[in-house]
Write a protein that binds this ligand. Structure first.
Ligand code: SF4
Length: 214
């Protein structure tokens, strides 16, 4: 098994309009200025408190995995990517809601989601390098629950020893803690020139995703 943990040190810049659209707050919204001001106040806090980390781990294909994940023709293995920004944003968001600071709570939560999304782009060169090191390419990406059951997170959690390596937990419902974590299964191919690693919004069931682009 090849495994690598990467502390992402490139500066990730948040896209304000992505956050605004996550909050369904367009520029003609009467509260846009108030939300925008709150965003600016929260930005430095977020940059200082996120801990962007990515774990990459390769598992060769076998009959059980093939039957369970149904990866399609040409699959040679699986690259598990676990991306997290740590637990501070969720704690801060909870604290804000607890104190009745609802706008701050919602904003911190949406900013954390946008940061996690941006982390994936920042991690792409490392994912490409990891594949190159294994002489593999990427046939497609899969995520729970649309491509495989959430229960498969348990396999990834145990195989990658996420408690020890990433200080993570898994709930009885197979959700990760910190909640601002995403888990992607990249189906590996023997063709190193293939790199179908990006979001495929046309196949995604998250119809109301504000970052949807088709
Ligand atoms: S709609 Fe697109 S961007 Fe949003 S989660 Fe689905 S694949 Fe990702």
């Amino acid at each position: 098994m090849t495994q690598e943990i990467i502390d992402i040190d490139v500066k990730i810049k948040l896209n304000k309009e992505n956050v605004m659209s996550m909050l369904d707050c367009s520029s003609d919204n009467p509260v846009y200025d108030e939300v925008s001001q709150c965003y600016e106040q929260r930005l430095e806090w977020l940059y200082h408190h996120v801990k962007p980390r990515v774990l990459l781990s390769y598992e060769p294909v076998n009959d059980d995995l093939k039957e369970y994940l149904n990866p399609g023709e040409g699959c040679t293995g699986f690259l598990y990517a676990v991306l997290t920004i740590g637990g501070a944003p969720q704690e801060e968001s909870r604290r804000c809601f607890g104190q009745g600071e609802y706008l701050d709570g919602m904003l911190v939560d949406a900013m954390a989601d946008a940061y996690l999304f941006a982390l994936e782009n920042a991690a792409m060169p490392r994912i490409r390098k990891f594949c190159a090191g294994n002489r593999t390419g990427i046939l497609r990406r899969m995520e729970a629950p649309q491509d495989f059951p959430l229960e498969f997170h348990k396999h990834i959690y145990e195989m990658c020893q996420l408690e020890q390596t990433m200080d993570m937990k898994l709930s009885s419902g197979c959700m990760f803690d910190p909640v601002k974590t995403s888990c992607i299964v990249f189906v590996q191919s023997a063709d190193p020139d293939l790199f179908n690693a990006q979001h495929d919004c046309s196949r995604c069931s998250v119809k109301d995703c504000p970052l949807r682009s088709i």
